[in-house]
Design a protein around this ligand. Sequence first.
Ligand code: G6P
Ligand code: MG
Length: 224
Amino acid sequence: MTKFSDIKGFAFDLDGVIADTARFHGQAWHQTADEVGTTWTEELAESLKGISRMDSLQLILDHGDHADSFSEKDKELLATKKNLNYQKLIETLTPEDILPGMLEFIRSADDNGYKMSIASASKNAPLILKQLGLTEYFVGIVDPATLHAGKPDPEIFVRAAEVLGLAPTAVIGLEDSSAGIDSINGAGQVSLGIGDDKVLSKATLNFKQTSLVTLENIKNKMTN
Ligand code: G6P
Ligand code: MG
């Protein structure tokens, strides 16, 4: 088992870990679901977490049983419209919207010499970090446009460790989605799940909410 003293860096998911943007994605996709005639449910919203824009749209279409009713061009238009609606919502973000405790955690990790990178499927990650005033804390952001496969594939967290210049076993990945936990585990890192431990049952470490994520609490849950 990885020891806390082996850890040298953190790879962060963004939506639902650093900022409460999952509700904005939900709001914007809800509009898309209404437009294409798919019933919006909490379960559907949960299954979209961590999933790329086009794959999310496909899940919404499949859920309403009309996967074949839309051409590739229609899908591009629907995804673009969703993103424009989403961007209107994230433009309102300020540092006040950082999830409870995460600014303190990021600052203390920085003060203690840990390196940090972003492993988010979102092409809007640079804009969100800027709005939140957090850009300077991260040595890099994996560009999701360059990936061959999205979460749950390990690629994004493998790349996030490369950005840090660290072995995967020296990295803790933080995630709020089940697809993301699978990606971290596949990359050979310690997975830290934030949220319901039934949904995130495969996480190495689990925290109910962001405010509980501190270096001290992580250390206490690991061997030292
Ligand atoms: C994150 C979110 C997903 C979102 C994806 C792509 O992983 O959890 O809900 O679909 O990013 O985001 P984007 O901003 O590129 O549409
Ligand atoms: Mg997330």
